[in-house]
Design a protein around this ligand. Sequence first.
Ligand code: SME
Length: 156
Amino acid sequence: MSSSDFYSSLASQLEGLLSGERDWLANTANASALLFMELPDINWAGFYFLHGDELRVGPFQGKPACTRIPVGAGVCGTAVATGESQLVEDVHEFPGHIACDAVSASEVVIPLYNGDQCLGVLDVDSPSKSRFTREDLAGLQSFARVLLAQSDLPTG
Ligand code: SME
């Protein structure tokens, strides 16, 4: 299956899973479970929510993770500070990377917005270097768009 077929099927699965439910916490919980079940070669998938100037861990699947990350720190905090998705081929080369699990080798982080308000990030980690391509990033950005469109979003 091509990457674009894989991610369109994943987005359809998410649409089905979330249909009839708009609760943000419930939907992020099920979205993390779907990612963890369907994405091969990953060891963590989940959310950090923005509270003031720090991220706090939200629903996720994988090993227990760092609870709080200041904006600007690590890959997640950099995504929020810059407003840009981060595609990190080798986390050991990323200055300030926060190692919640020593096994993690590559990572993709997508900031989530309600209009211009940042809500937090979607974070996916892999034990393999260069696990995520530009196609994975685009597919996960589409996944995040479905999640945001089908949920009632926090307003701050
Ligand atoms: N590696 C992340 C921290 C979160 S964990 O990967 C779950 C970072 O550097 O922001």
